[in-house]
Design a protein around this ligand. Structure first.
Ligand code: PLP
Length: 373
């Protein structure tokens, strides 16, 4: 249980209080079915998810990192190819590109922390095969412009929607713009499981068929591999739980909006500014990104001392991480991404968070700001 004296940036404690019996019953349904993999639950979750996102097909996977990797494989992307993405993303966006054998090429983000489409064309080489925008915080990238550039240069578009379940541009869901899109059901995500799971969405029948084989050792039927494949399937227990949770996703996003409204209405500091979402978009409310003008790490440390966990996405941009030294980027190459890595901070938000708790946290944040900044 969460103690009043310390609120982590994320917890499933409140959700579990409300829905534990429902989740246990979903797990029991799987136990009773006698089928633990490739059964009715996965089939049903894939259908429901496709309907929710608005794509013809959904392919359940073991996590989003492998979903991105398989997606690149399905497009024939590998050694000798480059993929354009951003440096202020989760490590797995980039590690999946590397795992495929391709080289990630970074472009900076704009003032909204998202891929700056104006920089894409300069990053395109003859080896470039795909653009991989990341809907960071659940904020939608400018998919109309990105798709236009991709089609002009005959590139594929793979959306990283790991944080963006339910985000929309106009009335069209994020994840329905690219040739392929990948979602994570890592526990903290707006639609999170209790362990690892992921999904690939597409309208392309050939890619759908290829991906179904790729996630299962390359097998089509009769245990005959048509090509080299992997083991990346989603299990029935996860699918059963996610089947329950997806029916509450929109309600949960609406509730997160209320938490966001409370923070915005209560927090009052000239040093703290909420990052506005792009125009004509609605977001998953995965995180509530603020920019802190000052020593963000000191602010986060003081908040922790006062019982408030925070989320920083991300403290070090990928191009400055030791693992990616060989890509030959340096500090200063992506000024906006580097700016966001130093200034961004998000406050606690999770499913079924009591509004009274959000008020309490916001007041405590104000106290910390008054005391130290
Ligand atoms: C932007 C982004 N991409 C990819 C991933 C990888 O997701 P998973 O943990 O399901 O592999 C995450 C999850 O942290 C993410 O936030």
């Amino acid at each position: 249980m969460v103690h009043d004296s310390h609120t982590p940036s994320w917890t499933y404690a409140y959700e579990m209080e409300l829905y534990r019996e429902e989740y246990l019953s979903a797990i029991n349904t799987v136990f009773d079915s006698g089928c633990l993999l490739f059964g009715e639950q996965l089939k049903s979750f894939e259908e429901t998810f496709s309907k929710y996102i608005g794509t013809a097909y959904s392919i359940g996977c073991d996590n989003a990192t492998n979903a991105i990797f398989l997606s690149l494989k399905s497009l024939g992307i590998g050694s000798g190819h480059t993929v354009i993405t951003v440096p202020n993303t989760a490590i797995p966006t980039v590690s999946a590109i590397r795992q495929s054998g391709a080289r990630p090429i970074f472009v900076d983000v704009g003032k909204n922390a998202l891929m700056d489409p104006a920089l894409i064309e300069d990053a395109i080489h003859p080896s470039t095969k795909a653009i991989l925008p990341v809907h960071l915080y659940g904020y939608p990238c400018d998919m109309h412009v990105i798709n236009k550039i991709a089609s002009k240069h005959q590139l594929s578009v793979l959306e990283d929607c790991s944080q963006a379940h339910g985000s929309k541009i106009g009335d069209k869901s994020v994840g329905s713009f690219g040739d392929l899109s990948c979602f994570s059901f890592y526990p903290t995500k707006p639609l999170g499981g209790f362990g690892d799971a992921g999904m690939i969405c597409t309208d392309n029948q050939a890619l759908n068929q290829k991906l179904r084989r790729l996630r299962f050792y390359g097998i089509d039927s009769d245990y005959i591999a048509q090509f080299d494949g992997y083991n990346s399937r989603m299990d029935e227990i996860h699918a059963a739980i996610l089947n329950k949770k997806i029916s509450r996703l929109d309600l949960s996003i609406n509730h997160r909006q209320k938490i966001l409204d409370i923070y915005i209405a209560t927090l009052s500091s000239p040093f703290l500014t909420p990052l506005p979402p792009p125009e004509d978009s609605s977001t998953s409310k995965y995180l509530i990104p603020f920019l802190f003008e000052g020593d963000r790490d000191k602010f986060a440390a003081r908040l922790y001392e006062h019982g408030i966990g925070t989320n920083i996405s991300y403290k070090t941009p990928i191009h400055l991480m030791p693992a990616y030294k060989d890509l030959n980027y340096r500090e200063g190459d992506f000024p906006n991404a580097e700016f966001f890595s130093k200034q961004n901070i998000s406050f606690p938000i999770f499913n079924d968070m009591p509004e009274s708790l959000a008020y309490k946290i916001a007041e405590r944040i104000n106290t910390v700001l008054d005391l130290y900044f």
